[in-house]
Design a protein around this ligand. Structure first.
Ligand code: SAM
Length: 218
């Protein structure tokens, strides 16, 4: 298991934390957790405020391919793939790579990029409908924190089951009390979030041997 920032080249999003904090109502949280149109393409109060392809995942796809040494013919899975931007870019960067995605959002999958039609599966990260060891690598970015701790463990086990030692999981975390406060003023969907050492404890409990990194608001 190693800590590695595979999203280092992702542009930082500008966030109006104060405005979001005011919008953190139970109603908005409930809308966000439906992962429907509101979450992806509705207002910023309930999610992304417009989730559109702009190529920003291409450098991340390059880094994932390099990190895992992926090549044409290999299979890679993105768990929590949303509209399939990363799946598309993995195949763009490495022609012949067999990239797939899985997400719980029917809205995201039915509004996916044309290049990934037929490659995205509807399902939940804690029950991946694929055989053991069936992927050369599995990534899950900003998704597994949406479970309660117990189910997050199941989801981490699923990543490990499909690609032992060849996973990459990124989740919400904070290193300081100040970062935690900031995070709590922003969060809508995450149910389990913690300090890195607690996440690492969870990974160990799950028997996870892949890599990981943190999404930290600063
Ligand atoms: C913050 S978005 C991240 C999307 C993409 N991975 C990225 O980093 O841009 C969280 C994604 O997790 C999906 N999701 C939430 N709960 C899930 C679950 N139980 N199983 C699979 N996907 C889930 C949502 O629909 C959404 O697409």
């Amino acid at each position: 298991m190693a800590e590695i920032d595979l999203l280092a080249r992702l542009p930082k999003t500008r966030r109006d934390i104060r405005k979001r904090h005011e919008a953190q109502t139970p109603g908005n949280i409930a809308i966000a957790r439906q992962y429907g149109e509101g979450y992806f393409d509705g207002s910023r109060d309930v999610g992304y405020g417009g989730y559109r392809y702009d190529g920003r995942w291409i450098p991340i796809a390059e880094d994932i391919i390099r990190h895992f040494g992926l090549k044409a013919g290999d299979r890679v899975l993105d768990v929590g793939c949303a509209k399939g931007f990363l799946v598309k870019d993995l195949m763009k960067v490495c022609p012949g790579l067999e990239a797939f995605g899985l997400d719980i959002s029917e809205y995201a999958l039915t509004h996916c990029e044309p290049e990934v039609v037929g490659r995205l599966h509807l399902g939940s990260a804690d029950r991946l409908p694929f055989p053991d060891r069936s992927f050369s690598a599995v990534v899950s970015i900003n998704t597994i924190h949406n479970f309660e701790r117990h189910d997050a463990i199941r989801a981490v086990r699923e990543v490990e089951r499909l690609a032992p030692g060849r996973g990459f999981i990124q989740v919400d975390a904070y290193r300081t009390a100040e970062q935690r406060e900031l995070f709590l003023s922003w969060v809508l969907t995450a149910r389990y979030h913690d300090y890195p050492h607690e996440w690492i404890r969870l990974f160990k409990e799950a028997g996870y041997t892949g890599d990981y990194y943190w999404t930290i608001l600063e």
